[in-house]
Design a protein around this ligand. Structure first.
Ligand code: FES
Ligand SMILES: [Fe+2]
Length: 440
């Protein structure tokens, strides 16, 4: 039980605004770690990161540091990264392969299911050491499920199943996975990790925000507008110019895009661009080879359908932002009320030409790398927002853009009346309040 569990958060969320303290009060952050990150489904990664028994990687679930591994039976396990003896962090390397996890302090050894297998001099625990030691297996996340290979886990014993909770958003994962000529994805290469001085909600809000690019990213838009025209079919290096120009699209373009949201705070931006405007190499031989491979597996009609989906960022609240067009997955990890780390992974479409993955990595460098044209702008503004929100006046943060124009749409979604409606933030706070006030 947290000492913060008595904070009454209901008055902090209104239909058109939220109180600034939801971004800046450490007590509310602690409550979020209990009530949101301590219960919601959190995406941890992808099954390709733990292909073989004994493969593992480290990540976080709110405050908890966890090991994601595949056990000897082939099941994905999410183990708390804390030795059950005197509490040492059990595993230190960010990823690897083990037969068992051996604590660096006194050598307690756990198998990949988290079962304590051996301790030194067990007679120190009496005639029947098992009576003590059998209770000292690693703690495990109670629920682990996957969708299209993406691993989710929840620290709550009870709650909606993953598919029910994802709802309409499962179609965004389908959009990503269906693009693979072999029907499967893998996370490949390394991971970008960047820390910013701001609340975790800022990045989740920013990725569906269609107003900010023309302001936050205007310097790179200007550079791109002055650059030579991209588009030579044989060239494969136009990502940055195309992306920056798209960020500078005029207001009517942003107003016309689609914005869909769900009850659990998820959402996605659709119709942001068509391949002809952005995706590198539509007429490129590499892209044509990719299309040919996709068609040979699913047929021309299905390939047209798959490639005709024009979603941009999808948000799975509270900790994921991903996009199928350039195959990026960003996992958000809160560290403190004003500090957050984001892990960015690149996804490879199995069966696609290798150059497609190079394209993905290049996009990652342009948009998600710490020296990118885009991310650096956003990180600066997150810091400024956090500084502003630490002011006590004015008390309220305005979220009224598009209020009243939101309309029910396909599969239980609520759609913004325009593409720049702040409906996605209002829906995120609807989910926030639900998590924060639900009894556990
Ligand atoms: S703390 Fe892990 S073996 Fe002692
Ligand atoms: Fe941005």
């Amino acid at each position: 039980m947290s000492v913060t569990a008595t904070v009454d958060v209901r008055p902090l969320v209104r239909n058109d605004s939220v109180h600034h303290s939801v971004y800046s009060d450490p007590a509310i952050f602690e409550l979020e770690m209990d009530k949101i990150f301590g219960t919601a489904w959190l995406m941890l990664g992808h099954e390709s990161q733990v292909q073989a028994a004994g493969d593992y990687f480290l990540t976080r679930m709110g405050r908890e540091q966890v090991i994601v591994t595949r056990d000897a039976k082939g099941l994905v396990q999410v183990l708390m990264n804390r030795c059950t003896h005197r509490g040492a962090m059990l595993c230190h390397n960010p990823k690897g392969h083990v037969h068992s996890f051996v604590c660096p302090y006194h050598g307690w050894t756990f198998n990949t299911e988290g079962t304590l297998k051996s301790v030194p001099t067990p007679q120190g625990y009496g005639q029947e050491p098992s009576q003590v030691l059998d209770r000292l297996n690693l703690a495990r996340a109670p629920r682990v499920e996957s969708y299209r290979g993406f691993i989710f886990s929840s620290l709550a014993e009870q709650g909606p199943g993953l598919r029910e909770w994802l709802g309409h958003m499962s179609s965004s994962f389908d959009d990503l996975a269906d693009r693979a000529p072999e029907g499967e994805l893998e996370i490949a290469g390394g991971v970008f990790k960047h820390v910013y001085d701001g609340n975790w909600k800022l990045v989740i809000e920013n990725h569906l925000d269609g107003v900010h690019p023309n302001y936050v990213h205007i310097s790179s838009v200007h550079v791109a507008q002055g650059a030579p025209d991209p588009g030579q079919p044989e060239k494969y290096s136009d990502i940055s110019v195309r992306q920056m120009r798209q960020n500078g699209a005029p207001e009517p373009v942003w107003e016309a895009i689609g914005m869909w949201t769900t009850d659990w705070g998820h959402g996605y931006m659709g119709d942001y661009h068509s391949d002809s405007r952005l995706v590198v190499g539509l007429n490129n031989p590499v892209f044509q080879e990719y299309r040919r491979r996709l068609e040979s597996r699913v047929g021309t009609q299905e390939a047209d359908r798959v490639l005709g989906v024009t979603r941009w960022n999808s948000i799975i609240y509270p900790n994921v932002s991903f996009m199928s067009q350039f195959r990026q997955v960003r996992i958000v990890q809160p560290l403190a009320v004003d500090k957050t780390v984001v892990y960015t992974y690149n996804v490879r479409l199995k069966g696609a030409p290798d150059e497609m993955f190079r394209d993905t990595v290049a996009f990652s460098n342009v948009v998600n790398g710490t020296a990118s044209w885009v991310l650096t702008d956003d990180l600066e503004v997150y810091g400024r927002v956090q500084t502003g929100l630490s002011n006590r006046q004015p008390e309220w943060v305005n979220l009224a853009r598009g209020l009243g124009g939101d309309v029910p749409d396909v599969d239980g979604t609520l759609r913004g009346g325009t593409g720049t409606s702040e409906v996605f933030i209002r829906r995120q706070f609807g989910a926030w309040l639900r998590y924060m006030t639900e009894a556990q």
